[in-house]
Design a protein around this ligand. Structure first.
Ligand SMILES: Cc1ncc(C[n+]2csc(CCOP(=O)(O)OP(=O)(O)O)c2C)c(N)n1
Ligand SMILES: [Mg+2]
Length: 417
């Protein structure tokens, strides 16, 4: 990225050499007309803002495997994996995608209330997830099903909250994988505070906070950047820029590529091809090592794409073009690794056939597990509110009990007058 010289900036700001100096005098406008013209121009500028630094031509994108499945080198980030490790990454991505597809289907069949699909983001999640050590701590959003897979959280446990039968479904401390967080960006603060604690304990583990391009506009994320930089906290900010925050495109979140934001806070930022599992693994490893060795935070922007809807409640055909999705399908993270493994004879037909069976078995297991989840006692919602009880909660509990009992098929029917 070129830095504008002071002379050029002065010249641009003063308007020297621009058309303005030589333009013919425009016909006089009334104040009302002037205001209307100004407002139209401002609206146009807001809506047609040119996309920043056309990212697809970004020379700073770290890539180790091209969309065509060719291995390439990068001067700063490298990786050397065994055939077993490569097959492992491929398996992780396939299993994550299969699990995700089952969850979408379960929602469509009324078994889940909602599901946020990870389709397209498998490489970003598996690459970063496999870079983590067991003692590292993870703060996810609501879409990190692939990272959860890497942590060994049983996939079916991710579904309880989306079925409405529990508030999370796993013990964060069993896998160092925090509960899903829906309040956009807030987990970046949790991660920063946790990382500050890790540093105070003198431990050499690291912390990673996942968030999206939309979350990067949240105050919580800005505050996390400030605090983590000033306290040199061992935290990696892993932003999956999937190009959309529901229906808002990235151009409406930022005027600079997101990874460049880090510089203003005083720590490095890197943009990695988020559909390249090798590059995501290499860059996240380096960022975690940096954090562990006391060099402080780093921002990784995984440049990827949300191939599905925001959630099962969303219809992306209302706001984005089919061609856009098609262009990203050609960069599919799973297909590119498969092409590479086949061309290098790292995996044979037997490997792919066995994996097909394994992933179908996962789909069946998850389906079975969800359908046999039992509903909680409705009254349990009042548990764990206050350690010492509360008069207001007692009142609400009594009201709700009466409401429940008012149903004809309630075991308590008839008791309420
Ligand atoms: C504080 C807050 N504001 C708004 C929302 C509603 N909301 C849910 S998801 C979302 C978009 C998030 O986009 P992004 O950070 O890019 O993550 P993605 O869903 O693309 O993975 C919004 C605005 C929320 N959950 N929390
Ligand atoms: Mg997004």
């Amino acid at each position: 990225m070129t830095v504008e010289s002071t002379a050029a900036r002065k010249s641009r700001n003063s308007g020297a050499g621009t058309k303005r100096a030589t333009a013919k005098k425009a016909p006089e406008k009334t104040p009302a007309k002037k205001a209307a013209a100004k407002s139209t121009a401002r609206k146009a500028a807001q809506h047609d803002a040119p996309p920043h630094d056309a990212p697809q031509h970004d020379p700073e994108l770290v890539q180790l495997l091209t969309p065509e499945g060719k291995r390439v080198e990068h001067p700063e980030f490298s990786i050397d994996l065994t055939p077993d490790e490569l097959r492992g990454l491929y398996r992780d991505m396939v299993m994550a995608r299969r699990f995700d597809a089952e969850a979408v289907t379960l929602q469509r069949q009324g078994e889940l209330g909602l599901w946020p699909s990870l389709l397209g983001q498998e490489a970003a999640q598996i690459g970063s997830g496999r870079a983590l050590r067991d003692d590292d701590y993870i703060f996810p959003t609501y879409r990190e099903h692939g990272v959860a897979w890497c942590r060994g959280v049983p996939p079916e446990n991710l579904l309880g909250m989306f079925r409405g039968v529990n508030n999370g479904g796993w013990d964060p401390n069993s896998n160092n994988f925090h509960l899903y967080t829906i309040v956009i960006g807030s987990q970046a603060l949790h991660a920063t505070g946790y990382a500050m604690g890790v540093a105070k304990d003198g431990a050499d583990s690291a912390v990673i906070a996942y968030f999206g391009d939309g979350a990067s506009s949240q105050g919580d994320v800005a505050e996390s950047f400030t605090f983590s930089a000033v306290y040199n906290a061992p935290v990696v900010f892993f932003c999956q820029n999937n190009q959309w925050a529901i229906s808002e495109p990235t151009e409406k979140q930022t005027r600079v590529p997101l990874y460049q934001r880090a510089r203003g806070y005083g720590f490095p930022g890197v943009r990695v091809d988020g559909n390249d599992v090798l590059a995501c693994l290499a860059v996240t490893r380096a960022a975690l090592e940096r954090a562990r060795s006391g060099e402080g935070p780093m921002l990784v922007e995984a440049f990827t794409y949300r191939m599905g809807a925001h959630t099962t409640s969303d219809d992306p055909t209302k706001y984005r073009r089919d061609e856009e999705r098609a262009a990203w399908e050609a960069k599919d993270p799973i297909q590119r690794l498969r092409t590479y493994m086949e061309s290098e004879k790292i995996a044979d037909a037997g490997f792919f056939a066995a994996l097909d069976e394994e992933k179908e078995a996962l789909g069946r297991r998850v389906r079975e597990a969800v359908r046999s989840m039992t509903d909680p006692d409705p009254m349990s919602i009042f548990e764990n509110v206050y350690a010492d009880g509360s008069a207001l909660v007692d009142e609400e509990r009594a009201q709700f009990a009466a409401y429940q009992a008012s149903f004809a098929d309630s075991p308590a029917a008839g008791e309420v007058k």
